[in-house]
Design a protein around this ligand. Sequence first.
Ligand code: PMP
Length: 357
Amino acid sequence: VRLTRADLDALPNYVPGRSPADLARELGLPEAIKLASNEVPYGPLPGVVEAVAEAAAGVHRYPDMGVVALRQALADRYGVDPDRIATGCGSVALAEHLVRATCLPGDELVYAWRSFEAYPIIAATSGATSVKVPNDAGHGHDLAAMAAAVTDQTRMILVCNPNNPTGTALRRAELDRFLDDVPDDVLVVIDEAYREFVTDPEVPDGLTYADRPNVAVLRTLSKAWGLAGLRIGFLVAQPQVAAAVRKVVTPFSSSMAAQAGALAALAQADEMERRCALVVAERERVTEALRKLIPDVPASQANFVWLPLGERALEFGKACEARGVIVRPFPGDGVRVTIGTPAENDAFLAAAEAALG
Ligand code: PMP
């Protein structure tokens, strides 16, 4: 009996990275430092744990499949009608739903490469054909080449802004031109998982484009809002796109705990912003320190930095692990390092200095 699809054999697995507990045990350390998944290091926002605990009393029932209260809170915060919002089990699930809603087998999905490692998996599992457009010399999206890659078969384009894993961000003028160039019947999905860490005023808020009929904006509560473990993200698009996603969504995939936790987190926007500012200050400090070792570290607008180490990426990752710091190497390409607390970043910088200095 063949239990898997042959066409998926060559597909790489999504690698969550190794467990800090395992590494600490292996090294005989009290704990290891994880700077591999772009989480914010300051714990859940105030009130989140209590809200999730309170929701736990009702878990013998299904959650609200309409996600009414949370969609309303998101609508209030972002100034859009709740009809234009869909939630899902992380924004990665929403990206998958969008592909499911737009692409038939053989249809083309265009995205930059390197970008978020889930994109090729989503394309392949949905039967869509991946069209990967190489990043430019500055490690950012080459929007002209992406627009040129559109064919009659293209149904969707994923734009990751800021880009995971390189941290680069597109500016307003280039994104305006790109959106004007793309045919109206191609859905442009702007993945803004890291939007809250953007400080460059020239980097546009994707929501300013969400009134266009062919734009959908993906956001997550996993990063700045500190809810990675609850699995909740949302999209803002035209009502018919949001409705199409709600149609293909796996039933009840925004759990009761996730809805309650997200509502509590959204009530703590000031604290979220305060924490993001700490991360941003550390991002600038870490970037400056790293550039003494690797001059071409690109400026990051996210909560991680990219080290374009090429063939040295894997070895560098191992050297950091040997010093108790887990980072994310992309073999042959580079290493992504999440910004942690100042002490965690110091431990990483010491490991980087030892590996490269
Ligand atoms: N988009 C990008 C660019 C990401 O980096 C991530 C998380 N690594 C996601 C989406 C998915 O986040 P989540 O599913 O946790 O919302």
